[in-house]
Design a protein around this ligand. Sequence first.
Ligand SMILES: Nc1ncnc2c1ncn2[C@@H]1O[C@H](COP(=O)(O)OP(=O)(O)O)[C@@H](O)[C@H]1O
Ligand SMILES: CC(C)(COP(=O)(O)O)[C@@H](O)C(=O)NCCC(=O)O
Length: 428
Amino acid sequence: MEGKGIDGKLLLLEKSDEISSDEISHLAIDIGGSLIKIVYFSTNSKCSTKDEAPALSKERQEVPNGDLNYHILSGRLYFVKFETSKIEDCIKVLASKKLQQCGAQCRHSHAVDKIKIKATGGGAFKFADLFKEKLGITLDKVEEMESLVAGANFLLKAVNREAFTYIGGQKEYVQIDQNDLYPYLLVNIGSGVSMIKVDGEGKFQRVSGTSVGGGTFLGLGKLLTKCKSFDELLELSHQGNSRVIDMLVGDICGGMDYTKIGLASTAIASSFGKAISENKELEDYKPEDIARSLLRMISNNIGQIAYLNALRFGLKRIILGGYFIRDHAYTMDTIAVAVDFWSKGEAKAMFLRHEGFLGALGAFMSYKDENADLMPLQLVEQQPPKSSSCIVDRIHNSTCVHENETGAVDCRLRVSSSFKIYDEVKRC
Ligand SMILES: Nc1ncnc2c1ncn2[C@@H]1O[C@H](COP(=O)(O)OP(=O)(O)O)[C@@H](O)[C@H]1O
Ligand SMILES: CC(C)(COP(=O)(O)O)[C@@H](O)C(=O)NCCC(=O)O
C-alpha cells in the first residue's frame, strides 16, 4: 500500500496498523484495470512531529446555516493505492482497519451488511460480489467518467497549487481562475486512455480514447525488458537512450532536417523503427533503451491524440490525470512537448499533483448527493505543500520513502448535524 502526504513527512501510512476505525469517517474507492485507489478522510493527526498538523482536530463545531446545522470535522484526506491484481491484500487491509464501516449508510443501519461505500472504476462491478462476500459491504457505484470529472473539478477549484505546467524541466503552478476553468480537455491515462471534454460541474462528454495507455507501457515493458514492476521499468527508462531503437528523421534523410515538412533531423520518424533493419535480436538491445523508447512512444502518442481532440473542440487547456504520469519528468516533458509542438504553442498541457486519484476523489465527492444526510463536502482549509515531501511505499511488503511526491490534503468536512459521522463510526 502506498500513501501520499502533502507536507511530506511519514504520514499515517508508515504502519498500516496505526489507523483505527474510529478515526475514519468517509472512504471511497476506485478499482481500475491496474490499480485500486482509495481516498479517505481521517480526523486522526498521527504525524511524525507535532507541528506538522497544527490545524487538525477531532472536535465538532456547530455552524448554523439556515434551517440546518452543520458540524465541521477537521482532518486530512488520505490517498492510498494497491495493485488490482492484489485485491485480496486490499481487502485484508480494509478488514483489519475496519475501514469498510465508514461509508454513508451507517446512520440507517448498524448491520454490517447494510453498509455501502462509494466505488467507481470497472472493478466496482467486477469485484462487487467479492467485497460483499469478504467484507459484507455493498459497493455503491458511481459512473467512472462522472467521477473523473468531479475529481478533476474539485482539485482544480479547491486545492491550492494543484495544477502545473511542465516546461523545460520546470514545474510552474497555475491557479486557474474558477470563472475561466471551462471548457477543458481531461485526459485520463490509466490502463487505457479516456479523453473528456469538460464544460462544467457534471457537464461533460467523453470525446475520445485510446487503448494505447499505461497498461500498454507496463504490459509491453514487462514482455520486452523482463522488468517486474512499473517503478522498475520507469527507473530503467532513466538510463536509456531512445535513439538507439527509434528511427530518426536524420536516419532517413542522411542526417539532414526535413525542412519542407518542418521536421528536425532529431525528430522521431518511426518509433522502434531501427529494429527493422539492424538484424538484431531482442537480447541485443539494452532493456533501458527499450524502456525509454516505449515510454516516449506512448507519451508522445497520447500527447498527439490529446492535441487533436483539443483542436477538434477548440480547447486550449489539456488537463492530464491518471496514475501513468506519476509525476515523472520524462513522461510529462514528452506529453507537454508533443502538445506544444503540434499546437504550435496554442494549447497547454497541465498536470495535477493528485493525478492518480481523480476517480476516487470524484466518488468521494458523490457522498454529498446522498439524500441530505451528508451536506456538500467542502475543502475549506488546506496547507500549501512544503519543499520536501515523501511517501511510504508498502507494495510488496517493502517500505521505502520516495522524495518529491505530494499527498494528503488537510481539510475540513462540512457535514449535516443530522448525520453524526464520528459517533456513528465509533458505534458501527
Ligand atoms: N505501482 C504501479 N503498479 C502498476 N501500475 C502503475 C504503478 N504506478 C503507475 N502505474 C501506471 O499507472 C497505470 C494505471 O493507472 P490508473 O490511473 O490507476 O488506471 P486504472 O484505473 O486503469 O488502474 C498502469 O497501467 C501503469 O502504467
Ligand atoms: C475502458 C476504460 C474507460 C477503463 O478505464 P481505466 O481502468 O483504464 O482507467 C479505459 O481503459 C479506456 O478509456 N480505454 C480506451 C478505450 C478506447 O477508447 O479505445
